[in-house]
Design a protein around this ligand. Structure first.
Ligand code: ADP
Ligand code: MG
Length: 222
């Protein structure tokens, strides 16, 4: 599904990412962890094609959804429109316009599943950071892609909402490939595979079932 060989990203003479060989199979559910600055965002953004890199990444970018750490929602549009935009890429202008004007039950469903059904017609600019983060997730839930890359999608949510959001995402995208940078150790158990980054390199890549979550604390900031 995605294979990476000899990937390297440098900023000046500082190494940001170096991955010799990584294969991500279809349907895998992977959490990416590591301290701030360890290269998680760089990795996800390289796979999506947002950053320049050396080396090889084989994947079909058309099939990939990326939810960025910094929200790319449109502040002056409503929550509903921002969610609908998750499918804009693959449809005609008129189909997209029509979707804005009519009732889309799935928009209600995804907002309901993330506990913010009442925000549908509000402007994104009026939402709190945690609410905006859930709109980003709602847009990903609404999208129709084969691969979902998410960069710390629950960093502004409390533990209960974080767990709910990750569970919802993984069950909604059960057939898809999901790679998610996470900051909260309690979320690791929802995934099948864990990749730990340090100084731009992968220092651990294993089945979640094989690791002891307490040992992972050393890789985190707090
Ligand atoms: P993480 O997502 O794990 O916090 P990043 O991938 O954002 O880590 O960053 C990896 C390294 O690359 C860090 O040392 C960071 O400072 C550096 N870096 C990221 N983006 C840039 C940039 N645009 N210019 C210079 N350095 C950058
Ligand atoms: Mg990051």
């Amino acid at each position: 599904m995605i294979s990476i060989k000899g990937l390297e990203v440098n900023y000046g003479n500082q190494l940001a990412l170096s991955v010799d060989d990584l294969h991500i199979g279809a349907g895998e559910k992977i959490c990416l962890i590591g301290k701030s600055g360890s290269g998680k965002s760089t990795m996800l953004e390289c796979i999506f094609g947002l950053r320049e890199y050396e080396g090889e990444i084989n994947r079909n970018i058309q099939n990939i959804s990326l939810s960025l750490q910094k929200s790319d929602l449109i502040p002056n549009f409503t929550v509903k429109t921002n969610i609908l935009m998750g499918r804009f890429g693959g449809r005609s202008f008129f189909r997209n316009l029509a979707s804005i004007c009519k009732h889309e039950p799935m928009v209600d469903e995804v907002l309901e599943s993330l506990n913010i059904p009442e925000k549908k017609n509000q402007y994104v600019k009026n939402l709190s950071g945690g609410e905006q983060q859930r709109v980003l997730l709602a847009r990903a839930l609404y999208e129709e892609k084969a691969v979902y890359l998410l960069d710390e999608p629950t960093s502004a949510l409390d533990v209960a909402n974080s767990r709910n959001a990750i569970e919802t995402l993984l069950s909604n995208k059960a057939d898809c490939t999901v790679m998610c940078a996470i900051h909260n150790l309690s979320l690791i158990s929802f995934f099948q595979r864990i990749i730990v980054m340090k100084g731009g390199k992968i220092v651990l890549d294993d089945a979640v079932a094989n690791i002891n979550v307490e040992d992972m604390g050393a890789y985190f900031d707090d």
